[in-house]
Design a protein around this ligand. Structure first.
Ligand SMILES: *[C@@H]1O[C@H](CO)[C@@H](O)[C@H](O)[C@H]1NC(C)=O
Length: 144
């Protein structure tokens, strides 16, 4: 028994130490990322999606989402061991503009997104993609 313990414990420890850095998320803190469609809806038929959003990281694909004005696309993420967690979104305002923006970058967002319900708030508007750390004041961080 003593032998088993003296072998098993270091093995178990080694297993965790080796795998920890490569896990998708090792920190417990959970972030919510919101991307809201605040585009004008006047020029598109009602209930017709005017925004196509597709967000992903290297390891995780949140999926393609056609969105109508007012809709919110949301997912959660934790931060990986090396703090390299990064989600980017391909954003297409149908018939107008398209661009890619970074919706979550661990080192950029870990502090500013912890202020309001652990949320990163994005708003897609006619002149760009806005960020808010409090869901009240907005800054055009990615003009089209
Ligand atoms: C942000 O504020 C709007 C109202 O201004 C509200 O409808 C929405 O639920 C809020 N979002 C979050 C994530 O709290």
């Amino acid at each position: 028994m003593g032998n088993l313990k003296s072998v098993a414990l270091p093995l178990l420890l080694a297993f965790f130490l080796l795998h920890l850095p490569f896990a998708e998320s090792v920190w417990f803190f959970n972030y919510h990322i919101h991307v809201r469609n605040d585009l004008p809806s006047c020029n598109s038929p009602p209930h017709q999606p005017n925004l196509l959003l597709h967000c992903k990281s290297k390891k995780r694909d949140i999926g393609d989402r056609p969105m109508t004005t007012g809709q919110d696309y949301t997912w959660d993420t934790k931060i990986n061991f090396f703090r390299t967690t990064l989600f980017f979104c391909n954003t297409r305002w149908v018939g107008h503009k398209s661009r890619i923006f970074d919706a979550f970058v661990a080192v950029r967002d870990e502090d500013r997104c912890s202020e309001y319900h652990s949320s990163c708030m994005w708003s897609v508007r006619a002149d760009g993609i806005y960020f808010s750390h409090n869901n009240a004041t907005w800054f055009n961080e990615y003009p089209w």
